[in-house]
Design a protein around this ligand. Structure first.
Ligand code: DGJ
Length: 767
């Protein structure tokens, strides 16, 4: 047969194998060497499967069933672990597809490049994106991972499938771990590398997972989050055609330029349609590649960024990657939020804090900047308490030499000039006013003008002959070093313990540069490990502080939302979303960040700034409504607020306390996405677990044509139930009674006039 004809037949064959996997399929075409004819599925006994992880009784096939999705795996004849399906829920073990035997189109597109391998290593005939790359002691740069065994493990928490792979010639094992969160339709994957030999192995790429999406007829759409300082987490969408979209951070932190999160759909709306999505639980440099070939096969790969990364895996040692959490939802883009929020509340956030409502906080930064004094802070505390604030946080500026951002970082002692009697009088005052006390720190940093740096100039990342570049006048401490970790644990432990601090705002205001560690390089180490060791150092310090102070809460801040990921949320309680508190910007930022952060972790403040425009053009009501969407805070200079504003603010805080259980821990649905209309309109609905109570926050920035809005349909209510709808915080508001069916079908008219900056807070409760 001429070669070109052979290839055409092969395409037909492969398409059928990949797309149908029918058990009655027989092949009658000639069988040249590169066409396999044995891929006929043997008859399997149909067995109903529930949610959970199951192995096929006779074949090396597994199915991971969540409530709404299935994910199946099989071992190829060559011992490769292949993903054979991911999508809507399958019903029986008979539905598990046979692993494809060969998918080679031609010598230029060889196997296993085309195979849906679960964890492709760099080696052999692989030319697509890979998940792992290593160099063995003898210089071999070729991974050949083959299946050894699989175990279904059921710990108390979530069930797991462990698949062990072994390199064909070297003593390297890789265990792929799949944790199943059935109720949230999520699979949480990690990989563990174990060196079982006597020589070191150098790890050069260790992604957490590879995900394969089934081919389909329509072009997919990719949603990502991107931004910059003051403009984080903005929703980006584009069609996915052949090629690779790469998102990454090389900064040593999660970053706010790109986020380790993606969603892929075809025609999903906010409430309907199938979506694949995922996010990395890692707070350092990361990468996600989304590659599509010309036939529409899409692969998502991701994990720790391999850029400037290396890890020396010594004899007997193991390395476990961070988790890559991914899911399939068929309830549109909001379906992602429900699943990731629930998962984060149920399995990620620290206890016991996650069981209690997050407090309303006051933060002094925008009021006083570095001009922090005992008298000034006490004055602010008095006003904050009058509003009903529950947690008073002193931001930057409380330690020696910190009159601006040029000095002091690293010297975590109270400035005797600003606080002649220490922090105690202020804290006592805050406590007497009925509030808890919190304080700002930036542990990973030092200024050249600090006692810490003068004593330990070797404690920062550096290359001996290179400039130590400053950013915001600061340098990054090498948190891979155990002496640096000990210094910070000791200093922070004292600060927290001696001062009854119940909350720290952990800031991080510049990326890592000159990532050298001169003392560490050598035969058994590679200084390129710092990208991982730094993050592990941050985690270790936070975990130790939490262990020693179980009531402590931590806020993750990195110039705003540059460290917002599920890794940091394992040891922090909330995230400062952005330094930009302007409500116009905030609606975009909060829409995006809510794809990662549940309401209870999304920190929002009502402020007076930014200074480019006075906010008094925007009603206080509107500013509160925007900030009430998550964890409410106040950041304005309260000594300058009018009596009327103070009274109004106190009313809004009281309203917030009434509804925060829904806003912080309920399901969050964006009914109107600001990204779809340039931010002029937005509406968010939060619902309690049984959908008997909901809160709707709706916004219209301007109405230049004096046009009435269409009615807003409120989804996810109980059709048969009767609800009372009331506008909260409005003196003359009346309530209306409507059925769930009417609220969902006809919707409600928003109580907006023709003015600019109209907003409302509707409380919908089953009567
Ligand atoms: C950056 C943070 O995002 C701000 O909220 C504030 O804490 C400053 N750092 C303090 O330096």
């Amino acid at each position: 047969m001429p070669k070109f004809l052979r290839n055409i037949k092969q395409v037909t064959y492969n398409n059928m194998v990949e797309q149908t996997h029918r058990k009655d399929y027989t092949i009658s075409m000639p069988s040249p060497d590169n066409i396999i004819t044995e891929n006929i599925i043997t008859t399997k006994k149909a067995t109903a499967t529930d949610t959970g992880i199951y192995k096929h009784p006779t074949q090396q096939y597994w199915i991971l069933n969540t409530e709404k999705s299935s994910y199946t795996l099989g071992i190829s004849r060559d011992g490769l672990v292949l993903q054979t399906y991911w999508g809507p829920r399958l019903l029986t073990l008979e539905d598990i597809p046979e692993p494809p035997l060969r998918m080679e189109r031609a010598a230029q597109d060889p196997d296993p490049s085309n195979m849906p391998e679960e964890y492709p290593g760099y080696g052999g005939l692989r030319y697509r994106e890979i998940a792992a790359q290593v160099t063995c002691a003898d210089g071999t740069r070729d991974l050949d991972l083959r299946f050894v065994e699989a175990d279904i493990v059921v710990p108390t928490n979530l069930p797991e499938l462990h698949i062990t792979l072994q390199d064909a010639s070297y003593p390297l094992q890789v265990t792929l771990k799949y944790q199943l969160d059935s109720t949230n339709d999520l699979i949480i994957r990690r990989a563990t590398f174990s060196n079982q030999g006597e020589e070191t192995i150098n790890l050069e790429r260790v992604y957490s997972a590879t995900w394969h999406l089934p081919r389909q007829f329509a072009t997919r759409r990719l949603t990502t989050l991107a931004g910059h300082w003051g403009g984080e987490t903005r929703v980006q969408q584009r069609p996915i055609v052949a090629g690779t979209v790469q998102m990454e951070s090389r900064k040593g932190i999660t970053s706010g330029n790109a986020y380790p999160w993606f969603a892929l759909d075809t025609q999903a709306s906010e409430e309907q349609g199938e979506v694949y999505f995922g996010t990395l639980a890692w707070s350092g440099s990361w990468k996600i590649n989304i590659s599509t070939n010309i036939m529409g096969a899409t692969i998502v790969n991701g994990g720790i960024n391999e850029h400037d990364f290396a890890w020396t895996l010594e004899a007997g040692a193991s390395f476990e990657t961070p988790a890559f959490i991914a899911g399939f939802a068929n309830e549109g883009m909001n379906g992602i939020r429900q699943r990731l929020h629930r998962y984060t509340r149920q399995h990620v956030l620290p206890h016991p804090q996650v069981e209690k409502p997050r407090p309303v906080l006051y933060n002094s930064w925008e009021a006083t900047f570095f001009d922090v004094t005992e008298a000034g802070q006490s004055e602010l505390a008095k006003h904050a308490a009058r509003l009903g604030v529950e947690l008073f946080v002193v931001d930057d500026g409380w330690f020696p030499a910190r009159v601006n951002d040029h000095a002091g970082l690293g010297d975590w002692r109270v400035d005797p000039q600003k606080f002649p009697h220490g922090l105690k009088p202020l804290i006592d005052n805050v406590h007497a006013l009925g509030m808890e006390f919190g304080i700002w720190v930036e542990p990973e940093m030092t200024n050249a003008d600090s006692d810490l740096y003068r004593t330990h100039p070797d404690w920062i990342y550096h290359f001996p002959k290179r400039t130590r570049h400053e950013a915001r006048n600061q340098l990054v401490l090498n948190l891979g070093r155990s002496d640096v970790q000990e210094y910070l644990i000791d200093a922070l432990d004292k600060l927290i313990g001696e001062n009854e601090v119940s909350y720290i705002k952990w800031d991080m205001n510049r990326p890592i540069s000159e990532p050298g560690w001169p003392e560490y390089s050598g035969a058994h180490h590679d200084a390129r490990e710092i990208w991982v060791r730094h993050v592990l150092g941050v985690y270790h310090i936070m975990d130790t502080l939490r262990e020693r102070h179980p009531a402590l809460s931590i806020e993750s801040c990195a110039s705003g939302g540059f460290r917002a990921d599920l890794g940091i949320l394992e040891r922090t309680d909330q995230v400062w979303s952005s330094d930009n508190t302007h409500p116009d910007a905030r609606l975009f930022i909060q829409e995006g960040i809510s794809y990662i952060l549940p309401g209870r972790t999304m920190g929002n403040w009502v402020t007076d700034t930014p200074a480019d425009r006075q906010m008094n053009e925007i009603p206080l009501r509107y500013r509160f409504h925007v900030a009430m969407m998550g964890m409410l805070g106040i950041g304005g200079h309260l000594s300058h607020w009018s009596e009327a504003d103070m009274d109004e603010a106190a009313r809004w805080i009281a309203v917030y306390k009434q509804i925060r259980h829904i806003v912080q821990d309920g399901e969050q649905h964006w009914l109107i996405s600001p990204s779809s209309n340039d931010g002029n309109l937005a509406a968010v609905e939060c619902l309690n677990a049984d959908h008997s109570e909901a809160v709707v926050l709706a916004f219209r920035r301007s109405n230049p044509f004096w046009e009435p809005l269409p009615r807003l349909r409120i989804y996810n209510l109980l059709a048969e139930a009767q609800y009372t709808v009331q506008e909260l915080g409005h003196d003359n508001a009346t309530s209306v009674a409507m059925s769930g069916a009417a609220l969902m079908g006809r919707g409600i008219e928003l109580p907006f006039s023709t003015s600019s900056y109209e907003s409302c807070l509707l409380h919908i409760k089953r009567s």
